[in-house]
Design a protein around this ligand. Structure first.
Ligand SMILES: Nc1nc2c(ncn2[C@@H]2O[C@H](COP(=O)(O)OP(=O)(O)OP(=O)(O)O)[C@@H](O)[C@H]2O)c(=O)[nH]1
Ligand SMILES: [Mg+2]
Length: 258
């Protein structure tokens, strides 16, 4: 008997959600990788359905990390600021191409005095076969957060999202300037860029669906690589940390924190 709650009907992903800006996307393909689609159809996704991918949300204090997670997970928004102490987390269950898939969203504290606590959670974000996804929020100290987070992880094994929060607060002219700078930074650190508003909900669901889908795709590809020449139907596929979403791109985040 499964101990996990059923997947909510509004967490079902049947098509690859598209990037926000083509100039700063982790990839620009229109659909899930064919190998991934076939593996899902043939129920050859190994342990992916039992895995939990870790998403660590980091960034300066009061940039809107908690509100972003609460908007997605609870469809709630609080205009009063309550600083996160240490770290919180939420679980979100999805069904991607018919396969259950879980994301664990780690909401870290931005305040300097909690930084040492948060940094212990960066450690081994991709360990044990899980993929580590860091979500960065703008923009002032982004590089410092990135540097700290990547110190604890193999930079080639994590995927980065750079999220511009509080989109509702900018006029179209201000926003367009912010976006230009953000796109440059995202390209430099090889992150996928998104702009969201937790107040209005703009792009929040699209963003998390994209994160879940790319995490899922990466996990299935890693499973397939691991199972290698084994026959369809093998059930024991454990202990790989490989990430081959971008064949030929060995180092995905070159010198990003200088
Ligand atoms: N207008 C607007 N305000 C927002 C938005 N997101 C967050 N805020 C406000 O910004 C403040 C900080 O939001 P939090 O989500 O608590 O910030 P945080 O990054 O979690 O802060 P720490 O936990 O201290 O690291 C709160 O007063 C929120 O109401 C948004 O999309 N639009
Ligand atoms: Mg918070």
């Amino acid at each position: 008997m499964s101990v996990l709650p059923p997947v909510r009907r509004d967490r079902i992903i049947a098509q690859l959600p598209q990037y926000f800006r083509k100039e700063a996307a982790l990839h620009t393909k229109e659909d899930f990788n064919n190998k991934v689609k076939t593996a899902c159809q043939e129920q050859r996704t190994g342990t992916v359905g039992f895995k939990i991918s870790k998403v660590i949300v980091v960034g300066d204090l009061a940039v809107g990390k908690t509100c972003l997670i609460n908007r997605f997970c609870k469809d709630a928004f609080d205009k009063n600021y309550k600083a996160t102490i240490g770290v919180d987390f939420e679980m979100e269950r999805f069904e991607v191409l018919g396969v259950p898939f879980s994301l664990q969203l780690w909401d870290t504290a931005g305040q300097e005095r909690f930084k040492c606590i948060a940094s212990t959670y960066y450690r081994g974000a991709q360990a044990g076969g899980f993929e580590g996804f860091f979500v960065f929020l703008p923009f002032s100290v982004c590089r410092q957060w990135l540097e700290d987070a990547l110190k604890e992880n193999d930079p080639t094994a994590v995927q980065l999202f750079l999220v511009g929060t509080k989109k509702d607060l900018s006029s179209p002219a201000q926003y367009s300037q912010i976006e230009q700078d953000a796109l440059k930074l995202a390209q430099e650190i090889r992150a996928e860029y998104w702009a969201v508003s937790s107040l209005t909900g703009e792009n929040v669901r699209e963003f998390f669906f994209r994160v879940a889908s790319l995490a899922f795709e990466t996990n299935v590809l890693a499973e397939l690589e691991k199972s290698g020449s084994r026959q369809i139907g093998d059930v024991v596929r454990i202990n790989s940390t490989s990430n081959n979403m971008y064949p030929g791109s060995k180092k995905k985040h070159p010198n990003c924190c200088q």
